[in-house]
Design a protein around this ligand. Sequence first.
Ligand SMILES: CC(C)=CCC/C(C)=C/CC/C(C)=C/CC/C(C)=C/COP(=O)(O)OP(=O)(O)O
Ligand SMILES: O=P(O)(O)OC[C@@H](O)CO
Length: 424
Amino acid sequence: MPSFDAIARTFESATRTISLAGRTVLPVDTNPVPAEWEHITKIDPEEAKKLPLLFPLYLQHTGALEVGGSKDVTGQNTEETLELVSGRPRPAIQEPSGVRQVTERTREQADYFAVPQVLNGDTEAIVGTLGSGIEYLREELGPEYLDDKLPIPLGEGLERRVVSLFSAWTLQEAVFEAYIIMNLDSAAAREASVTEDDLLSPQEAKQRAMVAETVFESEIVYLEYSGTFGGEEAVEILEDVSDALSWSRLWYGGGLDSRENVEAVLEAGADAVVVGNVFHEIADEEADLCADAVEALSADATHGDIESWLSDECDVAETSAAEYLSTIPSLSNPTARAREYLVSTIEAALALEALRSELDGEVTSEAELATALDRRDELPGGIELSNVLGDDEQSFPRDLVAGLLAEDLDLDAEALPVEHISVA
Ligand SMILES: CC(C)=CCC/C(C)=C/CC/C(C)=C/CC/C(C)=C/COP(=O)(O)OP(=O)(O)O
Ligand SMILES: O=P(O)(O)OC[C@@H](O)CO
């Protein structure tokens, strides 16, 4: 009679064969990274990188929100950013660049967990940090998680095995991003110690991408030019790499800010584009515009007044809002959308300022502020946010406004982490 071990081995071998067939010969797509994601917005949790006030308006057009960055990212600022953006209105992916950015909370907040592995960096960036990550899962996060979730202790032996299951499961559920980093002047290159000698030709990039797909089984191969557009060189690499991949998704990121450069990389074979900087630049530009508008316009300025003020102030087609929206291939007329969202943002900022003056000295506690806001028929940005977020998120506009007002009104409130918002 075959032993249980032999039966388990046969079973494991059969499932591997089916999985391999699914990745190669069968006409099915078993990659857990949705193929419909053609546009991903990368949101950096570091405090200097802000979110637009009405960020869900912009994010409704992207496929997913990837939260992570290479510099000044912590568990805390990642939790805060995920608290604001996750599901508003798209799924969130946590992409850690360091082990301690992963916490019990971020695991619960994010819909996906993406682990970078750099194909042309130092050993730290391919196995070193991952090794300390697994140790952290087994020796810290796993035991903490069990202590929190289990009502009674399991005993040392069993607990060790359950923690090892937790760690293996976390990695099993993770999607791996095999990076090829090609801009030496980027935080990602510095973080992964990518030097001149590590830059790859299209053929070398293709060979490493094949290792990622067939040996590492990386769900994503990510051509990264963070901060600059890769142009012709990136196009050549994408053409070669895309020919070689059949299961892994091919993502391109770096310097995208127009329909033309997005089309160039998609036509070269990228399955999706990742857009980062220009999204955060919307926040920087709108903070200046809102500050000027508060000076220039009265609180009861109409939509038309704001629109004509905005046209005098800037060329909307040249704003980061229009640039970001133009990177979304499915969106027609990005400049008109940008105008609409900028006008709504300025309108919300004026209303917020008016509310601030009205409530100053009138409310003295968080509860009074909540009551005052609940009594109002309309909140700054409320209609626009509700249209995008729907009924499930009825309290978000109020929580956002309460958070933004709490500090100015000197209230000690358990508010949303609004320090990440442009106008805070
Ligand atoms: C398993 C657990 C708990 C954690 C995993 C921790 C790991 C393996 C982290 C990977 C660290 C690593 C290899 C980082 C390389 C740098 C990189 C690719 C960062 C991502 O790039 P961006 O942050 O988007 O780049 P910029 O900041 O330049 O825009
Ligand atoms: O910030 P940008 O240059 O858009 O790059 C996006 C992303 O690839 C960074 O990891």
